[in-house]
Structure formats: structure tokens, C-alpha cells
Design a protein around this ligand. Structure first.
Ligand SMILES: [Zn+2]
Length: 267
């Protein structure tokens, strides 16, 4: 039973777009429309922490996150920080799992009781408020995919490597430890019908437009904005919300920057 369930879970999650999953899609369908643009993936490049941002035109309001360099790459020192930076260069410690995961009281587009419903407590509370706020404006939102464990990400990534080859796997799926979903601070959101969930056609829907305008009021940012692919390493994902807290969300949104740029990194 467990094996069957694991298989089903893997099959339901195989369409992994830039670290997100589209559980409604039964088959991996890497297509041009979801293909991330060239990105900063190779750990062989100098790590961002070694770059000097002193001449940057965008003032860096925060010091760079503390990391430890390991054979696997840059491991963040404080994975429980609300503003933790996790991307293709920065990874979470081995097997990291947040200690305060809860299920936000919001609708989801699936019925299973699994880890995808979970977020860290502070983020979950903020998400409940966001979904309630949207409802007042006549916008009905639902959760698509929240927390994803190291193990789930590893099996997804390995599945992709096996079926699509390593190069494609790296394009469409985050390596374990590098998915923002593992922080417990990210949630993919769609309309309550689940139409276009974690898909490019979600862009410019009333739900996406509402999120782009109002997510900041609840402490969330659109983590992978349009036109910032070279910096974030991911294609535009209007559905991927990342909780950073109101203060940082306001600063990032007002300046039109990414979390990388907030930390003085420019890809
Ligand atoms: Zn996502």
C-alpha cells in the first residue's frame, strides 16, 4: 500500500515546473511554454557570496545570508529564518524539515491529506488572511502545493532524471535541498477550480492579477517574476507565493526586485 501510494504520489507530481509541481497533470510534459530561460545553475561558477556588490546600483538593504560551503554547495546557516534564501545556488541543510508546519485553513484543489497542504505557522496564518481578503474581492483562491520534503523532492528529481535525462531534470525540477517549497514558506496558488494550476495559462487570470497586486499586503511576494529569470534562475511563475513577512515584502515589491536582489545578488 505504501509503495502504491508512493508511486501514485510520484506520478501525480511528475510535472515539476521550476521546483513547483502541477499535481493535476498525469504526465511530465516539458514544453516550450514552461521552459525556464537560461539560468544560474552550475555550482562550478563562483558562488554569489564571493561577488562584491559594493558598486551595485540597487542598494542592498540586507547583508547576505550566512552560508557554509560544503562539497554540495552553499548551505544556508539559518534555514528557519523567515527571509531565508533558497535557490539554485543556496541549499537547505541535509534533510531539513521546518519544526512548525501546520495546515492553513484554506481550500485546496486536491482532496488528499498530505504534506502539500502544509506551511510554517506564520506563513499559514498569513495565507489564510490572504485567501479571505481575496474572497472579499470576489476572487476565490485555493492551494496547489505547499511544503515538499527533501525526500519527496529527491524522488521527483530522480524520476525526472530517469525519464527525461539529467539536463532536462535540472531545467524543470529543483534538486533536493534547493526547492523553496522545502522551507515551508512557499505555496503555489490557483483559482478554486484548479484551472491552469502551476501552469503558464494562470498568468493574467483575475486570480493572478489579484495576487500580483495584493500578495504584498499579507507578507508574500511573487517569487519568480517576469523578466527576472536570469536572477532567480526560474521562469515566470505567477502562482508561486513566497512568504517573507510584510516589511520585506513591501520593500521587495516597492522596488520591483527579487529576493536575490534584496540580498544584493544580481544573478
Ligand atoms: Zn512553487
Amino acid at each position: 500500500m505504501k509503495k502504491l501510494r508512493t508511486t501514485l504520489l510520484a506520478l501525480s507530481l511528475v510535472s515539476v515546473i521550476a521546483g513547483c509541481s502541477a499535481p493535476q497533470s498525469p504526465q511530465p510534459q516539458p514544453q516550450a511554454k514552461t521552459e525556464p530561460t537560461p539560468k544560474l545553475t552550475q555550482p562550478a561558477q563562483p558562488a554569489p557570496t564571493t561577488q562584491a556588490p559594493t558598486t551595485s546600483t540597487t542598494p542592498a538593504p540586507a547583508s547576505k545570508p550566512a552560508t557554509t560551503t560544503t562539497t554540495k554547495g552553499q548551505v544556508v546557516a539559518n534555514p528557519m529564518e523567515i527571509a531565508v534564501l533558497v535557490n539554485k545556488s543556496f541549499m537547505l541543510p541535509d534533510g531539513f524539515r521546518p519544526s512548525d508546519l501546520v495546515e492553513p485553513n484554506i481550500p485546496f484543489i486536491f482532496t488528499e491529506k498530505d504534506e502539500r497542504r502544509l506551511m510554517r505557522k506564520e506563513a499559514a496564518t498569513a495565507l489564510e488572511q490572504l485567501v479571505a481578503g481575496a474572497k472579499k474581492d470576489g476572487i476565490f483562491l485555493a492551494g496547489v502545493s505547499g511544503f515538499r520534503s527533501y525526500e519527496t523532492q529527491a524522488s521527483l528529481f530522480n524520476y525526472y532524471v530517469k525519464t527525461q535525462g539529467e539536463e532536462t531534470a535540472r531545467k524543470y525540477s529543483a534538486e533536493p535541498g534547493h526547492s523553496e517549497h522545502q522551507t515551508g514558506l512557499a505555496m503555489d496558488i490557483s483559482g478554486s477550480t484548479g484551472k491552469c494550476a502551476a501552469d503558464d495559462c494562470f498568468a493574467d487570470t483575475p486570480e493572478a492579477n489579484w495576487l500580483a497586486k495584493h500578495a504584498v499586503e499579507y507578507g508574500f511576494i511573487i517569487r519568480y517574476p517576469k523578466g527576472k529569470e536570469q536572477i532567480t534562475g526560474y521562469a515566470y511563475e505567477p502562482w508561486h507565493l513566497r512568504y517573507v513577512g510584510k516589511k520585506i515584502a513591501q520593500e521587495i515589491t516597492a522596488k520591483g526586485i527579487t529576493l536575490e536582489e534584496y540580498y544584493g545578488m544580481h544573478g
